[in-house]
Design a protein around this ligand. Structure first.
Ligand code: FDA
Length: 398
């Protein structure tokens, strides 16, 4: 079938984010005519804002265990075929200086702009054409099996279509539910979506008790639903945040209580016994303030742990104090939502997508990559590694 006036391409990639740009330049380098259609005024906005402007572009410790999905096996093949070391090689080839912050977490020394520049240079070298501010209308399949994409005033026809439109987080950066809608229209099931790597909110008495401690930060081990993350917790005006809380937020569901170990590197029963024997006249709140932020220790003792001189506690009371310090229960009322979430959990169900080519099993030629799929990484560079790995696999397969 001819399509008068339509532009022809071999591959149309919808979304010029991490996964889309990776897929585009890999496919372009294979000699294919690739078009990237990006709705925002520029590509890679999330890359630009990531890692505090320095982009935590990968994690050298990436394993499938660092991802949440209804199918934990799905990510294995792509992660094994495009490793953090391969992305690092690309980064080094472009002369981008980097450093390791926390173990495994690699950041740019200068700016995340350099990662976007690198991807754009690779796309330019591979002859990829990128259109920004591109509103996509109808996407249909013609009688010849090719996709017809209404893009702005024109139409593009291509045998391959890659959905790389990401998740719902940070709508002001261009996020949209477009990929999910298109997947559903083409017969794909969706796993329920929710905000992940997101601050948690508190309400009622939980909020009242902590609100004036906003800005206080302490190391914790945050647990929920069988998962535990160590790191800082930050009290905010509306609830709690910080790396440990962002991590556990992806495992938290409304109604779940969090268990917070407030002294994660300490044998708390032994510590309390030592205090009772060695500093019997000292009050619990004074001693706790030596290990925890002072205002936080005071609040704990005002609300949860009656503070007395150590000698006055019975063994049963010490046992209760230790239990509370090691599993302080906090009930979050919700999350800050997509406005501040780093990622979207859930998305296009992976069972109808090939884990090696990322092609739909329902619609030949249709591929899904990156965050639009029901694969979500932990905090720490895993989500970009997923975007690179899935984008690379699809770029090699289209
Ligand atoms: P991504 O969101 O990057 O790209 C999707 C693109 O599609 C966007 O450019 C969007 O505008 C476009 N689009 C959407 N709808 C469209 C439509 N209808 N038509 C055309 N285009 C459309 N991860 C990590 O590993 N290390 C880090 O340091 C950080 N830091 C970080 C900070 C913040 C503030 C956020 C919000 C997120 C992170 N992340 C992160 C997560 C990471 O940014 C994210 O997982 C990847 O960008 C996902 O890559 P994708 O390409 O799948 O989506």
């Amino acid at each position: 079938m001819t399509d008068a006036g339509a532009q022809e391409a071999d591959v149309v990639v919808i979304g010029g984010g991490a996964a889309g740009l990776m897929c585009a330049h890999v496919a372009g380098a294979r000699g294919l005519r690739v078009r990237v259609l990006e709705r925002a005024n520029r590509v890679g906005k999330k890359i630009l804002m990531s890692g505090g402007g320095r982009c935590n572009f990968t994690n050298t410790g990436t394993t499938p265990a660092n991802f949440l999905s209804a199918n934990p096996h799905f990510c294995k093949s792509a992660l094994a075929r495009y490793t953090p070391w391969q992305f690092l090689e690309l980064v080094e080839r472009h002369g981008i200086a980097w450093h390791e912050k926390e173990p495994g977490q690699l950041f740019c020394d200068e700016s995340s702009k350099l990662i976007v520049r690198m991807l754009l240079d690779e796309c330019a070298r591979a002859g990829v054409r990128i259109d920004t501010r591109c509103e996509i209308g109808a996407v249909d399949i013609g009688d010849d099996g090719r996709f017809r994409v209404a893009a702005g005033p024109g139409r593009i026809v291509a045998p391959k279509l890659v959905m790389a439109s990401g998740g719902l987080s940070i709508p002001s950066m261009g996020a949209s539910g477009f990929g999910y809608e298109l997947a559903r229209r083409f017969g794909h099931a969706l796993r329920p979506t929710r905000a992940g790597l997101v601050p948690l909110t508190l309400s009622g008495k939980h909020r009242e008790r902590l609100a004036d401690l906003s800005g206080v930060s302490l190391p914790v081990a945050a647990g929920c639903n069988g998962q535990v993350f160590r790191g800082a917790m930050l009290v905010t005006h509306r609830g709690i945040s910080g790396p440990a809380i962002l991590q556990i937020s992806s495992y938290w569901q409304p109604g779940d209580a969090l268990q917070l170990d407030l002294l994660p590197d300490t044998d708390v029963p032994a510590l309390l016994a030592r205090w009772q024997a060695g500093r019997p006249a000292a009050e619990l709140k004074t001693l706790l303030a030596e290990l925890l932020p002072r205002r936080f220790a005071q609040r704990l003792c005002e609300v949860w742990l009656p503070s007395r001189p150590m000698r006055q506690y019975t063994p049963a009371q010490l046992h209760r104090i230790a239990a509370l310090l090691q599993a302080w229960p906090l009930v979050a009322s919700g999350t800050e939502g997509y406005r501040t979430a780093e990622v979207t959990l859930g998305g296009v169900a992976t069972d109808a997508v090939s884990s090696s080519t990322f092609e739909s099993r329902r619609v030949p030629g249709l591929h899904f990559v990156g965050e639009v799929l029901d694969i979500t990484g932990w905090l720490g560079g895993y989500n970009f590694q997923w975007a690179w790995a899935s984008g690379h696999a699809a770029g090699m397969a289209v």
